[in-house]
Design a protein around this ligand. Structure first.
Ligand SMILES: Nc1ncnc2c1ncn2[C@@H]1O[C@H](COP(=O)(O)OP(=O)(O)OP(=O)(O)O)[C@@H](O)[C@H]1O
Ligand code: SF4
Ligand SMILES: [Mg+2]
Length: 335
């Protein structure tokens, strides 16, 4: 039997809330997720389901009025496990960038418009590693070349506003890779780009992931993107992972009615021209009003009155290894 790959990130019952004047938004509401060494995990779900807040919470990068109110985020280090949520500031800074790095959904959250690309990347290297300025500079140019930026020496001296969207995304990836992370979290890395550039960035991520052996958490609302890159998939709805497992298993035999609906909403290769796409019916409920019982029940085609609107579905494992679903239809197979 092949030994399962080592887990490097373990998220348990993560909860992040936004306390606003009109009420509390439970943006992340009990996420469980594991990432193993060297694998690609896609996190998918409709807009607003908590993908970005979950990823930022994993690095303790949530700004007010957001607050991480519970859970654990354990990262494997050389000396054992560190819980990002309770560790001291020094430990958290040593994890960010060097073990877990992130490419943010809004490019300018991690880039300063006031400094050249080269200075920003070199700064990130100097912060984490005992190298000279000249060494950091040389590494920067090498990294820019590695992410496919032409004339990297010259580009290192340019400012973010001088670059196209695709080039800027490459530069952000270079910055995230600057300290050789074991896990890269890429939050919608292709959404703002045209189709051709999207394909190039996905190719780049795939080849970097293979060359370096780092794990990749790819956050996307695009199931096609997930299908191209991921080994495993986690489907999020209203702040929780409702189904996860090997990508091929989940896409071939989805169990959760939400996963089924999402998959039906994607155009299939070879579909007949008249075949109509069916979007997931209904709307994501307003963030302050979380439905009782199963959070998906107001939209679910398999809703069971008296059960789904009352009971919160626990995770049910199987049928394949590493697979789980949160839906009362599967209660009977609970491990
Ligand atoms: N700064 C904030 N203040 C208040 N609410 C917030 C804030 N940031 C996020 N939220 C809320 O948290 C929930 C989750 O947001 P998040 O950005 O994680 O969604 P997402 O899945 O990344 O969506 P998208 O696909 O659009 O990027 C949403 O209901 C959102 O309105
Ligand atoms: S628990 Fe009920 S409402 Fe929720 S997904 Fe399953 S069948 Fe649908
Ligand atoms: Mg997002």
């Amino acid at each position: 039997m092949v030994a399962p790959a080592e887990t490097i990130l373990e998220i348990r019952d993560l909860r992040t809330h936004f306390e606003l004047e009109d009420g509390v938004v439970r943006a992340v509401d009990g996420v469980d997720l594991d990432i193993r060494r060297g694998e690609v995990v896609a996190v998918v779900g409709e807009s607003g389901c908590g993908k970005s807040v979950m990823a930022r919470s994993a690095l303790r990068l949530v700004d007010r009025p957001g607050r991480i109110v519970g859970g654990e985020v354990r990262v494997r280090t050389d000396t054992g496990w560190a819980d990002v949520l309770t560790a001291d500031g020094r430990t958290v800074r040593s994890i960010r960038g060097a073990r877990v790095a992130m490419v943010f959904q809004e490019p300018m959250t991690s880039m300063s418009p006031m400094h050249t690309l080269g200075d920003q990347i070199a700064e990130a290297i100097l912060l984490h590693e005992p190298v000279t300025k000249a060494e950091a500079r040389a590494r920067t140019v090498e990294l820019l070349g590695r992410v496919g930026i032409p004339a990297p020496e010259r580009r290192a001296g340019e400012y973010p506003f001088q670059m196209s969207g695709g080039m800027l995304q490459r530069a952000m990836i270079a910055m995230a890779l600057s300290c050789g992370p074991e896990l890269l979290i890429a939050d919608e890395p292709t959404t703002a780009l045209d189709v051709t550039t999207q394909a190039q960035i996905l190719d780049l991520l795939r080849s970097l992931q293979r060359d370096t052996g780092m794990a990749l958490m790819l956050i996307t609302h695009d199931l096609g993107v997930a299908a191209q890159l991921a080994d495993r998939v986690a489907v999020m709805y209203l702040g929780a992972v409702v189904e996860h497992g090997d990508l091929a298993d989940v896409f071939r035999r989805p169990r959760h009615p939400y996963t089924k609906a999402l998959l039906r909403s994607v155009p299939r290769l070879g579909a007949r021209p008249r075949e109509r796409l069916r979007p997931v019916r209904g709307m994501v409920p307003p963030p302050y009003r979380r439905p009782d019982g199963c959070p998906f029940h107001p939209r679910c085609e398999e809703f069971m009155a008296g059960r789904c609107d009352v009971t919160v579905p626990p995770p049910v494992t199987g049928p394949e290894a590493g697979r789980a679903v949160r839906c009362l239809l599967y209660e009977e197979t609970r491990a």
